[in-house]
Design a protein around this ligand. Sequence first.
Ligand SMILES: [Zn+2]
Length: 249
Amino acid sequence: MNEILQNNRKWVDDKKAADPEYFHNLAKGQKPRYLFIGCSDSRVPASAITGTGPGEMFVHRNIANLVVHSDMNLLAVLQYAVEVLEVKDIMVVGHYGCGGVAAAASNKQYGLIDNWLTHIKDVVRLHETEFLRITDKEQQLRRLVEMNVIEQVRNLAKTNIIQNALQRPNPPRLHGLVYDIHDGLLKDLNVETDTINEFMHIYGVEAVEHAEEAAEAAQDGKVAEPAAESKPASKAKKTEEEPALHKVS
Ligand SMILES: [Zn+2]
């Protein structure tokens, strides 16, 4: 640990030399503009590749930058970043050469992590036709990295945290980026998160209302009909209420 501690002392000295009040000001609180959701890979340091310093970016990292709806860690970070810190931009950042993505594309066993990587196998299943059409193995993995980022941005849009935020003024924008370890460049995938709109009758937070309607109808003894009616109704309602999602991206 000596090297780490020495590096830290030098960093503190450099910061104070440039601005004696640097740490005093940082200690007052944080108001970061960005939320970064990236891979744990040691070659993808959030601050270094984005040129941001302390106080500018809230960060969550896990293997293969996944947005999993039962991940309390991710959800807590997302809710706090959106509702308390009020970040302006949320970026899912994948990277070419991701070991997690490569492992998911293989059929090897790695232990417990296989369960986590299943979420990426789900991405393959969703886009299997395109995935199999790419014959070059490296290109296939690069495309899977991109598909995974796009799917994780959509996963963000599915959360009630983001959907509620989109109903408020100045909602956060969602972005999907890929970092290339070979040249250090970040690429914006220009993810169109409004493509999720066609699934809003399933993922929309107002789906809860329809669930309540269906439950009430069931109590009144009209089980089958209201359930069948509620779907088209929800779709029609969507077209009126969804423009907020178009603001994203
Ligand atoms: Zn990775």
